[in-house]
Design a protein around this ligand. Sequence first.
Ligand code: SAH
Ligand code: SF4
Length: 343
Amino acid sequence: MAKENIRERTTEEIAAFLTAHGEKAFRAKQIGQWIWQRGAESFEEMTNLPKATREMLAEAFRFDRLTAERTQAASDGTTKTAWRTEDGEVVESVLIPGKGRHTVCVSSQAGCKLGCKFCATGASGFRRDLTAGEIFSQVAAAKREAESRGSSLSNIVFMGMGEPLLNYGNVMRAIGRLTAEDGMGMSPYRITISTAGIPQGIRRLADEGTRCNLAVSLHAAKDTVRTSLMPVNQAYPLREVAESLKYFVEKTGTRPTFEYLLLRGINDSVEDAKALAAYCRQFPIKINVIEYNETGDGAFRRSTERSRDEFIRYLEGCHIVVNLRHSKGQDIDAACGQLAGKI
Ligand code: SAH
Ligand code: SF4
């Protein structure tokens, strides 16, 4: 019989399993602590359990363990790790140092279905959803690494490979364990879910009263331009994304962020900034303007500094909050959109 993934089980379910096998139910809490607080990835590590109990558990359950296949360090201190899943997929996470803290960028899927034209993950196709345990593991490893550097892990962003709102259940289960008191105890305010704009996912987040931050990868405020960059815009055009965002803002009272990647001659004119400013009038929003990272096929180019500055100045003139995001880790292809699982 195929073993079950222990990290898919709740503490109550583990307790029920233990009692059914003549073990003490309180051990479920110990097991939970090992898995979710100490990041254990095997039963052998759980040294406060009797050996026989550990062996019995190992007979019934497996861990959806990730194995570090390769770690690369960029000149700015950013590190990218390629993880091998138990079934041989490769996914990547990126640890980004800041002032006295670290941010981890995690993957939610192996590959992505949405095929955005500027994104290396999109070009690599879709393989499968990651499990909640695999998502959790990326964060647990990043936390260990940040702490070993004498720092701490303060922020989590779902901006690695994949579309988190198309793997909703596993992403939310992972966030549940990351934020729970008896889990990793991270604040949801320090977690950002980035989406290409899946309206039903955005509504569901609102309905479930998420306290995580929401980022929407907009990249264009004209449907023709957006569809040419992001095929998903055909299924969910700008108007539908806007409706779901109005709903989100109303329900959660929080202000989402737009990610806007500047591509030379494609979405970076003052005309484009005007369309973006008009779109932004529908709800409270902040904008992160992102500089494009080359992905190798050379289809797009980064905007000139001049058009970038004009673009930003126009938006600021409309009293919109704009941040320019400088990329990190470009020399190791660890920047946004450069994760393709190249091994
Ligand atoms: N699928 C989600 C999350 C992963 S992508 C989403 O699309 O939001 C994370 C961010 O990286 C998105 O804003 C995406 O648009 C951006 N990105 C993709 N390719 C990029 C590139 N080549 N340079 C810079 N950012 C890129
Ligand atoms: Fe998928 Fe996001 Fe890349 Fe688009 S940008 S292909 S949604 S990972």
